[in-house]
Design a protein around this ligand. Structure first.
Ligand SMILES: [Zn+2]
Length: 142
């Protein structure tokens, strides 16, 4: 994966994250406006049943069930304390190339972790089904 690939890095930028908040249910009256959500690293990833799912582009933490008074920065920190992006003291635009590459390396770890966990869950579910089938077959044979 190219570290400076445009698709790969575009969500580092506030404007691109902000653009994802189409149909976000919270407006100016709320603490979690699209602006403050995007500022805190979130992108909008709604599903058919949940219009308010937001995911950190960096640590991939998904949060839903937002309340109007929720502070996106605080929620992000409390639900994902190891996220490097929310802990960042500088703007992305102000990072050196070296700092950016280090950050990108950390992000890859989150991506790999998530995909490993998904694979493990799938495997465990498949194993559980298979086990139930074996037991059923064994019982039928008795
Ligand atoms: Zn995060």
């Amino acid at each position: 994966m190219e570290p400076f690939d445009e698709e790969e890095t575009k969500m580092y930028f506030y404007e691109n994250r902000l653009k994802t908040f189409v149909g976000w249910p919270f407006d100016e009256e709320c603490a979690c406006t699209p602006e403050s959500m995007a500022q805190a690293g979130f992108i909008h990833t709604p599903s058919d049943n949940s219009p308010d799912i937001a995911k950190c582009f960096f640590c991939l933490k998904e949060l839903e069930g937002w309340e109007p008074e929720d502070d996106p920065q605080k929620e992000h920190k409390s639900h994902s304390p190891t996220c490097h992006f929310i802990a960042l003291k500088k703007k992305v635009e102000e990072l050196t190339v070296e700092e950016f590459l280090k950050l990108q390396k950390e992000r890859q770890k989150f991506i790999i972790n998530k995909s490993c966990n998904e694979t493990i869950t799938k495997f465990e579910e498949a194993a559980k089904l298979r086990r139930a089938e074996i037991i059923k077959t064994a019982m039928d044979e008795e």
